[in-house]
Design a protein around this ligand. Structure first.
Ligand code: NAP
Length: 432
């Protein structure tokens, strides 16, 4: 009997796991259901990758071929926790793999964080990428200043998208509603704050290089904040990345450009309060020192005037009821959660790494699954289909999603690859 598998989440980690199972030479036949709460597949490739990072977006192509495989069935618009419970998954599939990502913003934990005008990167990026959950975010971009907290690649993605001219966003996948709002914003200053220094930053040279060369935006860095070198105790590949980063930062600090938008990149500054009464009016920060790798407070504070704050400080997972959690991830031992249940990707290891990082990570979990399983013994699709028929979600199949995607391409403006549907009802209207 074939082994029935449910993969919850169709982002890169889940799709690499599907691919790993299909390519395994274990002698098992697999019947794999890929379940996603949205009609659209591929998780962060659609909702998280920057709209102007075309090459990264193209990684979806390999996963399209995986969904074409006969053993694989896509169940879009089916939510575990709403349409199926964790207990039902365990009762009916031989193997359950959670690949639900970590799609929830971490909180800063400072006073004023709840004011209108503070957005987590998950929400802000989801908004410009047309994620249905954030379609109506309507961020307050009506003042000259925006602060971005964090010095990882997500912070640079957000800063770059804001600072580009409309023509620099030509050809990108940004949604119309976000393009219109960003193009109309009276932006003059983007502040980027890191609580530690350049050697501790999470960003990488490609993303840093992209902000150096913007048409309407001059990046300002205080040269006194840049170290002379990368410490010797950082090893190999990481050291190479840090050295390249440092070279680009020194290059930026040496530039003297005068352009309509300034991007002030400030290290060793940690937000301690969002200022304002009815909305964001400013941000109070405290200067830090890095001691034993950690940011420590100095007591010296300063304020800036901004109308919005975007926090790009990392994410945490939220799993369906009953799934054991350990802080911001699903409780697991190298991907094993409990009998027949596994997790991969950001919900397993936390929000680190690029899309390709998930390849080897998911394959390692597939190896554990292959060690653990015997023959298929649970009811699989028949029982699941009966439950779904009772509950009645409008399931979106892989061919149906392709029809919706074709419609997105057909309605694109001349300078865009597609115009996404940003509401589930609009996606379903293409089908029904
Ligand atoms: P990240 O690289 O971990 O950056 C998070 C940033 O937030 C760090 O600078 C961190 O500072 C800061 N931070 C955390 N808590 C804070 C707090 N309470 N106050 C102030 N600052 C705080 O993560 P990310 O940018 O969210 O990216 C997630 C992963 O996706 C990364 O592996 C990233 O490389 C990857 N990604 C890649 C690309 C790409 O390849 N183009 C694009 C986007 C994302 P500390 O270091 O001091 O904690």
């Amino acid at each position: 009997m074939s082994v029935s598998v449910a993969v919850i989440g169709s982002g890169p980690a889940g799709m690499y796991a599907v691919d790993g199972l299909l390519k395994s030479e274990s002698g098992h036949d697999f019947e794999i259901d890929v379940i996603d709460r949205l009609p659209s597949p591929f998780g962060l490739i659609r909702a998280g990758v920057a709209p102007d990072h075309f090459k990264t977006r193209n990684t979806a192509r390999q996963f399209m071929r995986t969904l074409d495989e006969e053993a694989v069935r896509y169940l879009g618009n089916v939510e575990v926790g709403r349409d199926l419970s964790y207990e039902e998954l365990k009762a009916n599939y031989d193997v359950v793999i959670f690949a639900i990502g970590a799609y929830n913003d971490r909180a800063l934990g400072v006073p004023g964080e709840g004011l209108p005008g503070v957005y987590g990167a998950c929400a802000f990026v989801g908004w410009y990428n047309g994620h249905p959950d954030y379609r109506d975010l309507d961020p307050l971009l009506d003042k000259g200043g925006v602060a971005v907290i964090g010095i990882g690649n997500v912070a640079l993605d957000v800063s770059r998208l804001l600072a580009k001219t409309p023509s620099e966003r030509d050809g990108s996948d940004i949604c119309e509603h976000a393009e219109a709002a960003i193009a109309a914003a009276p932006l003059d200053t983007v502040y980027v704050f890191g609580r530690r220094g350049p050697n501790e930053a999470g960003f990488t040279p490609k993303e840093l290089g992209e902000i150096r060369d913007l048409k309407r935006c001059a990046v300002k860095i205080d040269p006194a904040q840049l170290p002379d070198s990368v410490p010797d105790n950082i090893d190999g590949r990481v050291k190479g990345i840090k050295e390249k980063n440092l070279g680009i930062l020194q290059d930026i600090a040496g530039q003297d450009k005068d352009l309509p938008v300034t991007m002030n990149m400030t290290f060793y500054a940690s937000p301690i309060e969002v200022l304002g009464t009815d909305r964001v009016e400013g941000l109070r920060l405290e200067r830090t020192n890095v001691v034993d790798g950690k940011a420590t407070a100095t007591g010296e504070t300063f304020d800036i005037e901004v109308g919005a704050v975007v926090t790009a400080i990392g994410y945490h997972a939220v799993a369906p009821e009953g799934v054991p959690m350990d802080g911001g991830v699903i409780a697991n031992d190298k991907g094993r959660v409990e009998d027949g249940v596994y997790c991969v990707g950001w919900c397993k290891r936390g929000p680190t790494g690029t899309i390709p990082t998930n390849g080897p990570d998911s394959r390692e979990v597939v190896d554990l699954i292959l060690e653990d399983i015997s023959d298929g013994e649970k009811p699989g699709r028949d029982a699941i289909d009966a439950l779904l028929a009772e509950r009645g979600p409008r399931i979106v199949s892989w061919p149906e999603w392709q029809k919706i995607a074709d419609e997105e391409t057909a309605r694109a403006a001349a300078n865009r690859p597609r115009e996404r549907f940003t509401r589930i009802s609009e996606m379903l209207a293409v089908l029904d």
